[in-house]
Design a protein around this ligand. Sequence first.
Ligand code: FPP
Length: 260
Amino acid sequence: MNNRIAGFKQTGVEPEEQDLLDNIDKQKLPRHIAIIMDGNGRWALQRGLHRSLGHRAGMESLKDIVNFCCDLKIEVLTVYGFSTENWKRPREEIDNLMNMIIEYLNKELEELCQKGVRVNPIGVLQELPQKTRDTLANSAAQSRDNQGLIFNLALNYGGRLEITDAVRAIATAVENGCMQANRVDIATVTAHLYTAGQPDPDLLIRTAGDSRLSNFLIWQAAYSEIWITGVLWPDFRRRHLSGALVDYQRRERRFGGLQK
Ligand code: FPP
């Protein structure tokens, strides 16, 4: 019973939500949670709203989920904010998203720092607009020494590009004589990813019902438990994450081995 999040009583929590919280075993929490925040556009469309309002509503979900991860003392949270493929979207939507990243960090950074969150943007950041890069760099610098949640914000992120960059860096090291080709192993590649030094995601969540990875953490997710919900990202709150955690804790992770 002690392992449960009992005593983890939060004010204003519905009994149903408290039940879910009570069912989470705090000894078996994932170290790293990764989320594909999908469905902002559909959420807006269902309400006859502009897509940008779906993204805006998604910022509220992000805030709640980051706070919950802090409450649970999760080590790493990675969210897919903008993929290398999202440049195919209309210019207006891209500009909107880039400005929203700035707005989110300007609004939240102080509280994130109070909670000990380390903001860690990952992706090909140099291709982002200068103002977005400046805000990201400032947020990362201000929160660098924080000891709580590592908050990976995946922006202009693509898993294939991340692996390609790692391979290129390793090939350069081999070419320069700093590394032997026959010594390159899984650990070498892992150490050259944006997530070097972090545990792989234990739980990967995708909202809005699609069953694909969409180029997100494709190396790191090799043994992630995948949890898909039809809930659209702007509706996703800590009670949904609690449900995902309860389901995750019921699974047996064998990593290719046999049942214990
Ligand atoms: C996917 O939904 C979502 C995105 C491409 C962007 C996610 C952005 C946010 C949650 C806003 C806040 C983000 C940050 C990083 C501060 P979609 O537009 O593809 O939805 P659809 O599939 O229903 O069209």
